[in-house]
Design a protein around this ligand. Structure first.
Ligand code: BG6
Length: 485
């Protein structure tokens, strides 16, 4: 464990849904493997009054809900570290009691994890600052979304920055904690093979898909103010674009990596009113069927009318030397036919077929990096179809297929939050998002949302269990490409 490993993790929003589903189970997994700093304590906080014992029950319930095979001593150890203090950033005396409690429990660095409504980020940080917790030895983790647009994001970032310096701020995009996403970095920069081909001279198109089968699942109030563009594209998809398109950083460290990512975000061609209708599609799911099961439409789930998009597809361009002219097709949606997160790079066709015009069709090579649900890397190649070829050579497309779960069968897959917690506890910000990235992403996304508004573009309906509105197909086919399905 590094010198700066935290002595106290203060979790705001400790009784919330994210804590229950992801954060507390991730802490338990780290505990089970002896990876938490030995003397670190956990202080849960939220507005509800609760005793330490009540919080320990809550932690145990979250851990048991996540795993059928709970290691009792590890859980006991996690519970022994766990404490609770109610707090409300509007209530000075409650914040003072929280500050006293933090003072009693800390024995070195403190990490504050804000898993609350984002509008509370600045007030909580300001209150922490008033109690002297902004200085060296403290850091703060912020969950997405950081704001709703560029202006609100700047306001939140300013509030947090009035107390913590940028090096102390860890903005979470849980996609960066995923094994598959980090493997994209390993694949690009741990192999010499791809780099010479990784550019506009050799790549014809890139597709990034994040498809979910779930609907909005009781999060309608949040989601309806957000939509697919703000909820997924502004953060997760643009981070995948950055890692796919960035120049090789000189080192795998916070400044070098993030300096390269921001250049990509700043090179995204703005989408304005003139072309928004041609390069973007938004949709909203209606009733349909997924895996043979009928599922309700978005409006039925929400219980009111709404123009919020649950699907978005874009044709984007990165205006720099490496990517000039290469379309990046991005799409994300809820209630798609299957869960799938993947990056698809299609190479250019061979310049000339030696088999003649009436010879076999030669499909372009492609690299598919599948991140979810399974992690695999496929390289699509043309191969001779076995046979005597009396009427000419036959070719078929075949895949060099690497299933990461098979290759590393004995290695445990870590959840994103296990990785991100360890990094934050040890003060390593490489896999967190810097302020300029968040703001550049908002600026680009705001341009599209404004253009939708001024052009009166409303989501088109698509049946649940399909790949979005039919106009999404046109988006690629107009340019001679088609979505991988
Ligand atoms: C979250 C979004 O950031 O990511 C959710 O708010 C979405 O709407 C989730 O379902 C997807 O994450 P994952 O890890 O399941 O791909």
């Amino acid at each position: 464990m590094s010198k700066q490993a935290a002595s106290l993790l203060v979790l705001f929003g400790a009784t919330g849904d994210l804590a229950q589903r992801m954060l507390l189970p991730a802490l338990y997994e780290l505990e089970r493997d002896g990876l938490l700093p030995e003397s670190m304590k956990l202080l849960g906080s939220s507005r509800s009054e609760m005793s330490d014992a009540g919080f320990r029950d809550h932690v145990a319930e979250a851990v048991r809900g996540h795993s059928d095979d709970v290691d009792a001593p590890a859980l006991e150890k996690l519970l022994a570290r766990s404490h609770y203090q109610a707090a409300d950033s509007n209530d000075e005396s409650a914040m003072a009691s929280l500050a006293t409690r933090i003072g009693e429990l800390r024995d070195g660095d403190v990490v504050f994890h804000l898993s609350t409504a984002p509008r509370l980020y600045a007030p909580i940080c300001e209150a922490l600052g008033r109690h002297g917790f902004g200085g060296p030895g403290t850091r703060v983790l912020l969950e997405k979304p950081i704001g709703h647009d560029l202006a609100s994001s700047c306001e939140i970032n300013d509030g947090v920055a009035s107390v913590f310096s940028e090096e102390q701020i860890f903005r979470v995009d849980h996609y960066l904690g995923k094994e598959g996403v980090q493997n994209l970095i390993a694949l690009r920069f741990g192999n010499a093979l791809f780099e010479p081909l990784w550019n506009a001279r050799h790549i014809a198109q890139v597709q990034i898909t994040v498809a979910e089968t779930v609907g909005v699942e009781g999060r309608g109030d949040y989601y309806d103010h957000s939509g697919a563009m703000r909820d997924m594209l502004q953060n997760h998809l643009l981070q995948l674009v950055c890692l796919t398109a960035m120049e090789p950083p000189s080192q795998f460290d916070p400044s070098a990596v993030r300096n390269e990512k921001i250049k990509v975000l700043r090179s995204l061609r703005p989408i304005g009113t003139r072309d928004v209708g041609n390069v973007s599609v938004c949709g909203q799911y209606a009733e349909g069927a997924i895996n043979g099961k009928v599922v309700p439409g978005y409006l039925q789930e929400l219980g009111r009318d709404s123009n919020t998009e649950t699907f978005v597809a874009l044709r984007t361009q990165i205006d720099n030397w490496r990517w000039s002219g290469v379309p990046f097709y991005l799409r994300t949606g809820k209630r798609m036919p299957r869960r799938c997160t993947e990056i698809y790079l299609q190479f250019k066709a061979v310049p000339h077929s030696i088999f003649g015009e009436s010879g076999p069709k030669i499909d372009p090579n492609a690299l598919v990096i599948r991140l979810q649900p399974e992690e695999r890397i496929e390289l699509m190649l043309m191969s001779k179809t076995p046979g005597l070829d009396r009427s000419g050579l036959k070719l078929s497309q075949v895949a060099l297929d690497l299933d990461m779960h098979d290759v590393f069968a004995n290695q445990r897959r870590r959840s994103a939050y296990e990785r991100l917690y360890l990094d934050a506890l040890e003060d390593n910000g490489t896999l967190f998002v810097r302020r300029d990235e968040t703001e550049a992403a908002w600026q680009w996304v705001d341009g599209i949302l404004d253009a939708w508004r001024s052009e009166g573009i409303k989501p088109r309906s698509y049946p649940a269990g399909t790949w979005g509105p039919s106009s999404s197909v046109t988006l690629t086919e107009r340019h001679g490409h088609s979505w991988r399905e």
